[in-house]
Write a protein that binds this ligand. Structure first.
Ligand SMILES: C[S@@+](CC[C@H](N)C(=O)[O-])C[C@H]1O[C@@H](n2cnc3c(N)ncnc32)[C@H](O)[C@@H]1O
Ligand code: SF4
Length: 382
């Protein structure tokens, strides 16, 4: 029997000052003026249309991601969040995150964001090294990145995340560690440590930079993991490190196969409909222009489809296996509505390959499984 998981809200902001050469997110360089008012109007109208599907449910977290949501003023965020609160019940203490680019926020902005109800900031630092920042096409220097972290802390945010990337073009293990040390000096409660990947349809895919070889990257990862652990952070997901109690509730909900409404250009959503015994996936129009235009006839949705049973198995494990937290099959059954015996063959195979371990009927991804995560996930393909 399908059961309702916690519900989150993702809101996408599709503009950036400039497009970074490695980035395949739905983000577009802003040419001209930011259509701030109209975009907030569109988001609220978009939310309104989704409401009947989540009637009576409480929202546990909101994530404003991008793109660069911090291009929007605190007044715009205030109007958006007030509009959300007027339409949906928010859990007390709900986590409300804003993604910010260090190149877009002057000092006072963070205080105003906090007054608007944002209680967590995720800063896209990437590196503190000016040479690497330049290669990555970032619009800020290492000094500005540091000042942004200080401003977030000074504004009173005790819950914040720093995004760092590693295995950058021409980066040595010592440089990766130096970036990490600089970040850890701030005592962050959460740090996302992403290995740079070359994504299709990016500038880096067309003109690939020279990345550290596999051995060097392996050494880098090991040395960085040691440093992060020594600083008191724990890897609760492949790239996410947190102090105890500071895990991102929003991201945890994705990885635990929770529900989320996805508003804004190109946003994806997942909603469980227990009365109809199905899970729905939604996608909004991608490009900001048609999305904004959709405010005229309320046609924000580009695609909606029920997840097929065979895909449900894969989608559950694709997400769940990223977490270091163990899981039981009752969780699988409740969140997919399928029999708990359904993935038995794939689980047996994963155990035999030492990609998973099991204790007291709870499964956990092994160190070997984390290293070969794609192979582990592939065992659950339809
Ligand atoms: C939507 S962006 C974050 C906010 C803001 N747009 C910024 O860049 O400052 C999410 C994060 O994903 C990471 N990321 C983006 N593209 C990546 C890639 N190709 N490989 C690894 N990490 C990537 C970056 O660390 C980035 O901060
Ligand atoms: S990494 Fe961030 S700032 Fe750069 S293009 Fe992507 S979303 Fe925009």
């Amino acid at each position: 029997m399908l059961q309702l998981p916690p519900l989150s809200l993702y809101i996408h902001f599709p503009w950036c000052v400039a497009k970074c050469p490695y980035c395949d997110f739905n983000s577009h360089a802003l040419n001209g003026e930011l259509p701030e008012e109209r975009y907030i109007d569109a988001l609220l109208a978009d939310l309104e249309l989704d409401l009947p599907r989540v009637w009576g449910r409480t929202v546990h977290s909101i994530f404003m991601g991008g793109g660069t949501p911090s291009l929007f003023s605190a007044a715009a965020m205030d109007r958006l969040l007030s509009g959300v609160r007027a339409r949906l019940p928010l859990a007390p203490g709900a986590e409300i995150t804003l993604e910010a680019n260090p190149g877009t926020v002057e000092h006072d902005r963070f205080e105003a964001y906090r007054e608007a109800g944002i209680n967590r900031v995720s800063l896209g630092i990437q590196s503190f090294n000016d040479r690497h920042l330049k290669t990555l096409g970032r619009i800020h220097s290492g000094g500005e990145a540091g000042r942004a972290v200080a401003a977030v802390k000074a504004a009173g945010f005790d819950n914040y995340n720093l995004d760092l990337m590693w295995a950058l073009p021409g980066q040595t293990p010592a440089e990766a560690l130096a970036d990490l040390d600089r970040a850890l000096d701030f005592g962050p409660p959460h740090l996302s440590h992403y290995q740079l990947t070359i994504e299709p349809n990016t500038v880096f895919a067309a003109r690939p930079p020279v990345l550290p070889d596999e051995d060097t990257a392996g050494d880098m990862q090991e040395a960085c993991a040691e440093r992060l652990t020594a600083a008191g952070l724990q890897a609760y997901e492949v790239s996410a490190w947190a102090r105890p109690g500071a895990m991102s509730r929003h991201n945890l909900n994705y990885w635990r196969f929770g529900d989320y409404l996805g508003l804004g250009a190109g946003a994806h959503g997942k909603i469980t409909l227990p009365a109809e015994q199905r899970i729905l996936r939604t996608r909004r129009k991608s490009h900001p222009r048609p999305y904004l235009k959709a405010l005229d006839d309320l046609s924000f949705i580009a695609e909606e489809k029920t997840v097929e049973e065979a895909d449900l198995v894969f989608e559950f494990f694709l997400n769940r296996l990223r977490l270091s937290e163990a899981f039981g099959l009752e969780e699988f059954a409740a969140l997919t509505g399928l029999s708990p015996t359904r993935p038995a063959a794939a689980l047996d195979r994963a155990l035999a390959l030492d990609l998973l371990s099991v204790r007291d009927e709870r499964f956990e991804t092994t160190a070997h499984g984390r290293r070969y995560l794609n192979d582990l996930q592939a065992l659950f393909l339809p």
